[in-house]
Design a protein around this ligand. Structure first.
Ligand SMILES: C[S@@+](CC[C@H](N)C(=O)[O-])C[C@H]1O[C@@H](n2cnc3c(N)ncnc32)[C@H](O)[C@@H]1O
Length: 707
């Protein structure tokens, strides 16, 4: 037997990850940390059910294995002949008794439908003792059922069709139970963390009382090491941040009347920069996204890595089998959550997960949990034609292929040749056979090819959602980036929309996603597309968790349907920061809009604009594009480059906008009404005014609608 190796470097660094937060999915999940009692109960359960490997190679059964028939129905695990690869912490039979996917094949969408039709709270894995108790009973039943049939031979094909989708949730629980030892350890650690937190709080209190008021003085620039040459006093900074955030959260009552909110905010931002290492610009931008307490939670969450997650490649294997094999290799894992049927969250591993035989054979891919979400929202169907516009290194492309069961056709495009190599590698490793890789700037679509059933645009972005992974984002993003990137994202999104066949029988959808939390890269981009392409509507992503997109942010107002978009935060869901939106294309894109976007002149214009700021001067194009990100007070689009889907409705909006426009120019709208309204006859407005023409007019001050 090989000597047991310690946890890998990543695991050591990562430590035990907190479970992905499903509190918003299952009503029964309790937010509070487990009580001592619950922990004890959990440990007891774990102790009674964890079975150590038998030296003789046989596997002892739990005492609970007698008697009851399994509730899991008809699955009959096979006798296991191969010896486990590592001494097991759990009975292999327990793992075999898991139901995973229906017939093994992945169907995230079906899963989502199930989920959407109402999550069975009782089936949601719960760390609390009560629910675990019932889960564990299922586990006991499962054990007893597998007693006679013994374990599945991992070489044998799992019986197809005997697992229903419903079984999957039980399978998750059983899989969870199979990792009971890991869970028990995790609960121990959680308890230790709770104790440590309590101690830290006590120490904090003591510390606070020991800090002279002068030490907490926000005006003292030398405090906390801001101007001092000495290392910053992190404890003091932390205390002061916490205290200032507390005041900001209840400003009326706790403020010092001599200080304004702006002063408090400025002080806390200075401390945040010193404590977490952000540039002042980014600290301010991120802080402004949340209420003060939540902002602090966000900054804190960016300091710890997210849990390691693997996505089962259902083109090659089943989640149950993969879990079984990895557990045998000494990996402690459990299903990522009710919302996915293919994800496994890894707690601890004795082996490097990027180099196991199963990895090399393409049975799984290491992929952040949040990266599942855009593909689940896209919900590609078998035999469709899909485009992944910015596909490298292919995590999402290969997921799309798995959902399509290698049928239909995927065009996986990326502008970077280098990154495309990784994409090709993943496609081969994971056994994807329905994909064509191409290497264009996605701005060239749909001239390259159009008429897709679905398009995914997982756009290049600032990465403000993945700071835990790439801390350089803290300091290397400037205001220029938040002009340049959104402009590129807007043009890419228009290209994505124009590449979809609105008359597709099965689809007609576009998903736009980023791993950024910035409004400029998300809601503003989506709003821009809604304004420029009245032939699309925002629709539900179908994702069962996530926060609603903003309908207002600072002075900006977005269309009410922005609520359909979803935001993900590390502090709220223990996943990378992410944004997901889904559009349905309801009408054709006028040919001249596409032509205009595809002409060399237009492409040059876009890439110049994407280059953004030259010599510190924001280009007119960027300014113009940014100016179309909002809506009128009633939520209507400000700029309709073409459209007229409802002429009467449009006429009202157009007239209102025109009046505003004239007033802004100092002209009395009543005096010039007849001429103005005539100029803006909606039929005229929709009669072939291309995007380029419209933008040209706007540039020359001739625009007919107001921004
Ligand atoms: C967020 S990454 C995509 C990740 C990928 N979807 C996945 O799941 O593995 C953004 C990608 O956009 C690509 N990109 C940047 N500009 C592009 C453009 N104009 N056209 C196409 N791809 C572009 C980058 O090379 C990068 O690979």
């Amino acid at each position: 037997m090989a000597p047991a190796r310690g946890p890998s470097r990543r695991m050591q660094k990562q430590g035990p990850p907190a479970p992905l937060d499903e509190s918003r999915i299952g009503g029964k999940r309790k937010l509070a940390a487990p009580t001592n009692g619950a922990v004890k109960k959990q440990k007891k359960l774990g102790a009674s059910r964890v079975v150590k490997a038998n030296n003789a190679g046989g596997l002892k059964r739990s005492a609970n294995s007698a008697g009851k028939a399994s509730t899991k129905g008809s699955f009959k695990p096979q006798e296991r002949e191969a010896k486990p690869l590592k001494p097991l912490m759990v009975d292999v039979a327990d793992v075999d008794d898991l139901s995973d996917q229906s017939g093994g094949a992945e169907d995230d969408n079906a899963g989502m439908d199930d989920d959407l039709s109402g999550v069975d709270a009782a089936n949601v894995f719960d760390l609390d003792g009560d629910e675990l108790g019932s889960d564990a009973d299922d586990f006991a039943n499962a054990l007893s059922a597998s007693e006679d049939e013994d374990v599945v031979d991992s070489d044998q094909e799992v019986q197809k069709g005997v697992w229903s989708e419903d079984d999957d949730s039980d399978g998750e629980e059983a899989l969870t139970a199979a990792n009971i030892a890991g869970l028990s350890q995790r609960l121990d650690r959680q308890q230790a963390e709770v104790n440590a937190d309590a101690e830290a709080e006590l120490a904090d209190d003591a510390l606070q009382t020991n800090i002279a008021p002068a030490d907490l003085d926000m005006d003292d620039e030398t405090e906390g090491g801001r101007t001092s040459k000495l290392a910053p006093d992190l404890q003091l900074l932390r205390t002061r941040i916490t205290e200032t955030v507390r005041v900001l959260s209840n400003f009326k009552e706790l403020r010092d009347p001599a200080r304004s909110r702006a002063e408090y905010t400025e002080a806390v931002l200075r401390d945040i920069c010193a404590y977490y290492g952000y540039s002042p610009y980014l600290a301010e931008r991120l802080f402004s996204l949340f209420p003060p307490q939540e902002a602090l939670a966000f900054f804190d969450a960016n300091e710890t890595p997210r849990p390691m997650v693997v996505r089962t490649n259902t083109l090659r294997t089943h989640r149950r089998d993969l879990a079984h094999t990895l557990i045998n290799r000494g990996v402690s894992l459990e299903p990522v959550g009710k919302w996915s049927k293919v994800g496994l969250q890894v707690y601890e591993s004795q082996v490097p997960l990027g180099a196991t035989p199963e990895y090399l054979a393409g049975h799984y891919i290491l992929q952040a949990a949040s990266s599942f979400l855009p593909v689940m929202a896209l919900a590609p169907q078998e035999h469709e034609r899909c485009l992944d516009m910015a596909a490298a290194p292919g995590g999402k492309t290969t997921h799309i292929a798995a959902l399509m069961k290698n049928t239909g056709c995927i065009f996986a495009n990326d502008a970077s040749k280098d990154r495309s190599r990784g994409l090709i590698g993943n496609i081969h490793r994971l056994g994807v056979k329905n994909t064509i890789v191409c290497n264009y700037s996605a701005l060239e679509f749909p001239r390259v090819m159009g008429g897709f059933d679905r398009v995914l645009l997982d756009a290049p972005c600032s990465g403000t959602g993945v700071i835990a992974k790439d801390p350089s984002v803290k300091t290397n993003k400037t205001s220029d980036d938040f002009l340049r990137l959104p402009h590129l994202q807007k043009q890419l999104l228009l290209a994505a929309i124009d590449s979809v066949d609105h008359a597709s029988k099965t689809g007609g959808y576009i998903v736009y996603s980023t791993c950024s939390v910035m409004v400029e890269e998300n809601e503003q981009v989506v709003q821009y597309a809604l304004n420029k392409r009245p032939n699309v509507r925002l629709v539900s992503t179908g994702l069962i968790f996530g926060k609603e997109g903003f309908t207002k942010y600072q002075s900006k107002r977005f269309h009410p349907s922005m609520k359909e978009t979803r935001r993900y935060y590390p502090h709220a869901f223990n996943v990378d920061g992410f944004f997901v939106s889904k559009f349905k294309k309801v009408g054709p894109t006028p040919a001249d809009a596409v032509k205009a976007q595809g002409t060399p002149a237009e492409q040059a214009r876009v890439s110049n604009a994407a280059a953004g700021v030259e010599n510190g001067v924001v280009s007119g194009e960027v300014g113009a594009a940014v100016g179309t990100d909002e809506v009128n007070e009633d939520g209507s689009a400000i700029l309709n480059a073409f459209g007229g889907w409802d002429d009467d409705e449009d006429a009202v909006y157009i007239e209102r906008n025109l009046k505003k426009h004239l007033r802004r120019k100092g002209i009395d709208p009543k005096a010039s009404k007849s001429k103005a309204v005539r100029a803006l006859d909606p039929k005229k407005a929709t009669g072939g005014v291309s995007v380029a023409e419209s933008e040209e007019r706007r540039g020359s001050g001739e625009e007919t609608v107001v921004e």
